[in-house]
Design a protein around this ligand. Structure first.
Ligand code: S3P
Length: 441
């Protein structure tokens, strides 16, 4: 079967209400925490994408059973470190950095050796960021050049640690928090801002965890070896998936969209703050709080005359997965947009900073690149008519989504390969695009 799509027409004006798929970060965390809870957890609206299915397969391999009834996954945990690792096993995190980093945190006490592998993209990503703190806890880890495959053997003599997390990575922070759960004593992490779903979920579970703000950082103190009970959770929509529909609407003519029931945690809404600074008028309505998380409906209307931004680097972590699609808005805005310190983008599923710059240049946009900084020379009159072929992007789902939104808003005749990449995070992306009116072959 062919694995490419063709888009040869811009989208016509639309006015729709949609739901996007459920939040990937929260889905992975609910499954992993349910695997450590005492008793039954019921999780509904779980994202059924490859990253999350790999998380379910992983806990199953580690001896935790689950079943699905209707829209709900039922997971039975046996408490902290309740994994049944009687024999040496291999787990495959596929494309998921989040699964790979977080599961290592849960394996610090594993009685048998566990080998962690992943796909081509994940096998190029650096794991020193989690290997270093995990070794400090006392876990035994073997890896060549800090890359997958990694072998981890737990220790009975774990010790709590203090650690400065200075990348601003929620994967690293969460890995350490999960390791601390299994460690006697109090671990203390001084962390740079990043998404805080793990902390919010543990607080909702009444886990002993304290968070203090200190000079822009967060100091997290976590007491190990406290059990928590099974829980119910209904996963909200993913703002990272919504972002492609936000920009589709913004850059189309005379259109509007309401994206319902999306997680709008302040550590995730960088894209809304950035686009509103550029002149968009994105509104959050029907706000509510659910188990510590904020949820709302996102309302967007098309906007002409968007203006360039000098993007404050302090917004980077809250939009880290959205910069590719933000770059597209910058390409269509008046003036030179400036983005700084985006080196982390090159540590994702593909080298997104390099590929993003290459992509913008291929559609005729002038970009100045200075190491981790980029200046994008916007062109509000940008219209495409040439043929474009998108391939060799390491099957990065977000580059696939970016290509589709570019084709539908700016025109051109696009052949986009690796359609299957959408299954990583947003399996019904093309279906929803068609519902909004896109013509895709
Ligand atoms: C994620 C954290 C981010 C993000 C990734 C999901 C998470 O990575 O890019 O898609 O669920 O914790 P980093 O924490 O490494 O920046």
């Amino acid at each position: 079967m062919s694995n490419h799509i063709l888009i040869e027409k811009q989208i016509s004006k639309f006015n729709k209400k949609i739901f996007v798929s459920s939040d990937k970060s929260i889905s992975i965390r609910t499954v992993l925490l349910a695997s450590q809870a005492v008793g039954i957890s019921k999780i509904s609206n779980l994202l059924e994408s490859e990253d999350v299915l790999n998380t379910l397969k992983t806990i199953k391999k580690l001896g935790i059973n689950y079943r699905k009834t209707g829209n709900t996954y039922i997971i039975e945990g046996f408490g902290l470190n309740g994994f049944d690792t009687q024999k040496e096993i291999t787990i495959n995190a596929g494309n998921s950095g989040t699964l790979a980093r977080l599961i290592l945190g849960l394996l610090v006490k594993s009685k048998k050796k566990v080998k962690l592998i992943g796909d081509k993209s994940l096998s190029k990503r650096d794991f020193s960021r989690v290997i270093n703190p995990l070794r400090k806890f006392g876990a035994n880890i073997k890896s060549k050049k800090n890359l997958l495959p990694i072998e981890i053997l737990g220790s009975e003599f774990l010790r709590p640690i203090t650690y400065d997390e200075n990348i601003g990575s929620a994967q690293v922070k969460s890995c350490m928090i999960l390791a601390a759960l299994n460690t006697p004593g109090v671990s203390v992490f001084n962390t740079r801002a990043s998404r805080n779903h793990t902390e919010l979920m543990l607080k909702f579970l009444k886990y002993p965890l304290k968070i203090k703000k200190e000079r822009g950082n967060e100091l997290i103190e976590i007491q190990g070896l406290s059990q928590f009970k099974g829980f119910n959770y209904k996963v909200p929509g993913d703002i990272s998936s919504a972002s492609f529909f936000i920009v589709l609407t913004l850059l189309s003519k005379k259109s509007g969209i309401e994206i319902k029931n999306v997680n709008v945690n302040s550590s995730r809404v960088g894209i809304i703050n950035i686009l509103n600074k550029m002149g968009a008028n994105i509104k959050l309505k029907g706000r509510k709080t659910y188990k510590g998380e904020k949820i709302a409906n996102i309302h967007v209307k098309s906007k002409e005359n968007l203006k360039a931004i000098n993007c404050p680097a302090k917004l980077n972590s809250s939009a880290i997965d959205e910069f590719l699609i933000i770059f597209l808005v910058a390409a269509k805005s008046k003036g030179i947009s400036k983005f700084k310190d985006l080196g982390e983008m090159n540590k994702k599923e593909s080298k997104r900073l390099d590929l993003g710059v290459k992509f913008l240049r291929s559609i005729g946009i002038k970009v100045d690149r200075f190491k981790d900084n980029v200046n994008i020379h916007g062109n509000p009159n940008l219209i495409l008519s040439k043929k474009f072929e998108m391939k060799n992007f390491l099957k990065d789902h977000r580059i696939f989504f970016l290509s589709c939104i570019t084709a539908l808003t700016l025109g051109g005749k696009w052949k986009i390969y690796d359609k299957d990449s959408i299954n990583t995070s947003f399996p019904n992306f093309l279906k929803i695009l068609k519902k909004v009116g896109a013509q895709i072959h």
